[in-house]
Design a binder for this molecule. Structure first.
Ligand SMILES: [Zn+2]
Ligand SMILES: [Zn+2]
Length: 286
């Protein structure tokens, strides 16, 4: 069995192993050195956030059984995509593919904030009243499907090596849990680390109720895109302990901390003509 075949056969098990491993480390870290006091019962949030993650995983596997790595293998067989067309060193192909896929995630994130109908889906991620390791995986099912479609399209054009997609999926999943976690990092370490990876203090700014703060720090993995495209914001105005997390309009835990409420959230409120990037205004209008 070659390496690609090994990845294709064991992808699910290896990814689950990383998920539970990183989750356990971050959960212990959060308990021993929390950055902020939580406002909603952790049990309620965790049961519902993780319930949504579990539900999304099943739906995704049913719709896309081969997943992203399967698409990369198929593109390779068909000779689709840049790296399957040109003869490039495997190391360069892996590195460039991982960076390019991360850039697509950044662009996608900017898009789901800018396009009103997509913001309706993405606001499920933002409506979490606290910010911890479970927030990192809390997305509406339709946004998860949209993400996969964009990923599959990216793979078709890019033709990344199977191992690059495998690495990217694991790293993105791990960094999303890390940079959403409610952990206290030494400020000096955070300052250095956020040149390499998006840190919890960096991404927490993005979960502010303040419109301008929520429209900054879109990166999930590599922090460079925000610095490069002018969407980087160093710290929240109110400070990390005092800043308010979530969305102004939707603050009822019965809605935003319950799984059925999260699934229903995109469909609440009338459809207006929105102003691009006036996220708060458009929610307040409803
Ligand atoms: Zn966002
Ligand atoms: Zn987030």
């Amino acid at each position: 069995m070659d390496f690609n075949e090994f990845i294709l056969r064991n992808e699910m098990v290896i990814r689950l192993g990383f998920f539970f491993g990183v989750f356990a480390v971050m959960a212990i870290w959060e308990a021993s050195a929390p950055r902020r006091a939580l406002t909603v019962s952790r049990t309620v949030r965790w049961v519902n956030n993780l319930g949504l993650v579990f539900f999304n995983s099943i739906v995704l596997r049913l719709i896309f059984p081969a997943a992203a790595v399967g698409m990369a293998a198929f593109a390779s067989e068909q000779g689709w995509g840049i790296f399957n067309y040109y003869n490039v060193s495997p190391v360069i192909a892996v590195v460039v593919s991982v960076v390019a896929m991360d850039f697509m995630i950044y662009l996608q994130h900017v898009m789901v904030h800018a396009v009103p109908a997509l913001w309706r889906l993405h606001r499920v991620h933002h409506a979490d009243l606290d910010f911890d390791v479970t927030t990192g995986a809390r997305f509406h099912t339709l946004e998860i499907i949209l993400s996969m479609l964009i990923k599959l399209a990216t793979i078709t054009v890019l033709g990344p090596p199977v191992v690059a997609v495998f690495i990217f999926e694991i790293v993105l999943n791990a960094t999303a849990m890390f940079n959403h976690s409610n952990v206290r990092l030494p400020l000096e370490l955070d300052r250095v680390l956020r040149w390499i990876v998006v840190t919890p203090d960096m991404h927490r700014v993005h979960h502010s109720v303040e419109d301008d703060e929520a429209n900054s720090n879109f990166g999930f993995n590599l922090p460079w895109w925000d610095r490069l495209f002018g969407t980087y914001r160093d710290q929240p105005r109110a400070g990390h302990e005092n800043m308010e997390i979530g969305i102004h309009t939707y603050r009822d835990p019965k809605l935003v901390a319950c799984m059925h409420g999260m699934l229903w959230l995109p469909f609440i409120g009338k459809v207006n003509s929105y102003a691009i990037n006036r996220r708060q205004w458009s929610d307040d209008e409803q």
